[in-house]
Write a protein that binds this ligand. Structure first.
Ligand SMILES: O=C(O)CCC(=O)C(=O)O
Ligand SMILES: [Fe+2]
Length: 302
């Protein structure tokens, strides 16, 4: 299927393994060799409670970001990706953020964290990772969410581009996306979902009327590229395999001056039967503060 057609129909695109595998291997190996990827990336319980609420535990745009040490032009200048992003977002679209995502195998989790992280709502592991390694993002699976969760008040024009840097099988926390879930518009986290089966799931925006959607699991080799709307529900399961899944992730948006223009993302949003933005992106923590969430974790951990 034509890439744009797929985006319009499903809210996502599977580009296939269009990227140079050697380059992916090079990056993967450099990341793996840049640190002791094991239990040792974690702070000890003692260390953690000395400073349980560190700020900036994630890489920022030009802050503590491992992607800045790499030439990523093979992605950013890839003709197919560039062409489709320009069609959707207009010329000179912006990279809001790029980062490496490391899917942490369950076997790396220190005992003191193992039981409790299961209860964490957004298991971004940043606060538990040693400071020197916080130039990448670490996950141990994440509940179904829309990436608009990162952008309160913004119209859902952002796109996420996700690239597997190593081969991802079923035991490596593959991405699971709910096709067409954008159609109900922007809805708050946690979402109304039920009957989560291998290939289908039911989703509602009001907890009354549920609709059956197709669920897609992205199993794929390195060099595979995926793109989705920031209104598409997706998540990952905890990782069983001992091999970490390492990915490169981009968040794109149109340049401000192009937002009102005739770009395809605006046509896409026109078909949506719901809100296009949210002032409050999540219901699980009333204060829109991740620090409050961290405090909640600390209580569970102690
Ligand atoms: O890599 C993961 O486990 C989470 C992926 C995700 O939700 C994202 O990058 O937006
Ligand atoms: Fe996400």
């Amino acid at each position: 299927m034509n890439y744009l057609k797929s985006f319009f129909k499903k809210g996502l695109v599977e580009f296939g393994d269009i990227l140079d595998k050697k380059k992916c291997d090079e990056i993967y190996n450099k990341i793996v060799n840049s640190r002791d990827l094991s239990k040792n990336i974690f702070r000890s319980k003692k260390e953690y409670f000395k400073d349980p609420n560190p700020r900036k535990t994630n890489p920022g745009k030009e802050f503590n970001n491992l992607t800045e040490k790499f030439d990523l032009s093979f992605v950013e200048e890839h003709p197919v990706l560039k062409k489709n992003l320009e069609l959707l977002l207009g010329k000179d679209y912006e990279i809001v953020m790029k980062n490496f995502v490391i899917g942490v195998p369950d076997s790396w989790l220190p005992e003191w964290l193992k039981k409790t992280t299961k209860k964490l709502l957004a298991p971004n592991l940043g606060a538990f990772i040693k400071k020197k390694y916080r130039d990448a993002t670490y996950f141990r699976g994440i509940d179904f969410h829309m990436d608009l969760i990162d952008h309160p008040k913004l119209v859902g024009r952002n796109l996420t581009l996700y690239i597997y840097l190593n081969k991802v099988n079923n035991r490596m926390s593959p991405l699971q996306l709910i096709e067409k879930s954008h159609i109900l518009g922007a809805t708050k986290f946690p979402h109304y979902l039920k009957n989560n089966k291998k290939k289908t799931i039911q989703y509602s925006s009001d907890n009354k009327k549920f609709t059956k959607f197709t669920k897609k699991t992205f199993i794929g080799d390195r060099g595979n590229v995926y793109l989705w709307s920031s209104l598409i529900l997706h998540g990952t399961n905890p990782q069983q395999s001992k091999t970490p899944r390492i990915s490169l992730r981009y968040d794109f948006k149109p340049k401000r001056k192009n937002e009102k223009k005739n770009i395809y993302i605006n046509k896409f949003l026109k078909k949506i039967n719901g809100n296009l933005s949210m002032a409050v992106v999540r219901d699980d923590i009333n204060l829109a503060s991740k620090r409050m969430e961290q405090l909640k974790f600390n209580k569970i951990l102690k």
